[in-house]
Write a protein of this length. Structure first.
Length: 201
């Protein structure tokens, strides 16, 4: 009786822990998806702004012979923001350039190549988080120095801190997306053809 009760209690506790983990992952997914939507809107706005600024610069320089240093300056620093936010966005979608050597080696080296690739992805994600965390921590002191110096852009007279903050935002977003990818469980069909619990549901 006692052994049976203990076994049932152990199963109940395991189910509760699994449910808590899945609930956390679903909340994390909603948060991550919300960030991705915001990033998409920001990138679309920056892209339109970038195209408009470049067009103004070209028309004013080559047609009206009017110098527009502010347009060139804004285009340059908007492009920097676009790169950092786009870089973070690409982490989530796996759009960064990568060498897919393991795709061809995994079927030859492992019985379960899909799980092996999943583990390799987790290792790579861990290194990305470590790199971005080191970058973020080390850049904070440099960012404080920039803000304290009171430096500003030549043409627009905007603070350099607005541009420098793109690194902080991009690195932070990259860490969040990497943590979400790292937290996702291995989710493929098993031998019976039934899928494990999907966080995306």
């Amino acid at each position: 009786m006692r052994a049976g009760c203990r076994r049932k209690c152990g199963v109940a506790i395991a189910v509760m822990e699994r449910n808590k983990k899945m609930h956390f992952l679903k909340v994390f997914k909603r948060f991550n998806d919300a960030l991705l939507k915001i990033e998409e809107h920001i990138m679309n706005f920056f892209m339109i702004f970038l195209i408009a600024a470049i067009m103004i610069q070209v028309v004013c320089r080559y047609i009206f012979k009017i110098p527009t240093p502010w347009a060139e300056e804004l285009a340059r620093y908007v492009f920097i923001w676009l790169c950092w936010i786009g870089g973070a966005y690409a982490i989530n979608s796996g759009a960064h350039i990568e060498i897919n050597l393991m795709d061809s080696l995994a079927p030859k080296l492992f019985k379960n190549p899909q799980k092996a690739m999943w583990i390799v992805g987790k290792i790579a994600g861990t290194f990305i988080i470590i790199f971005l965390t080191i970058l973020l921590i080390s850049y904070i002191d440099y960012f404080r120095q920039i803000v304290a110096s009171g430096a500003f852009l030549t043409a627009t007279k905007l603070s350099v801190g607005y541009t420098a903050s793109s690194v902080l935002v991009g690195a932070a977003l990259g860490i969040i997306h990497s943590l979400y990818l790292l937290a996702r469980p291995f989710n493929i069909c098993d031998s019976s053809g039934e899928s494990e619990v999907d966080v995306n549901e």
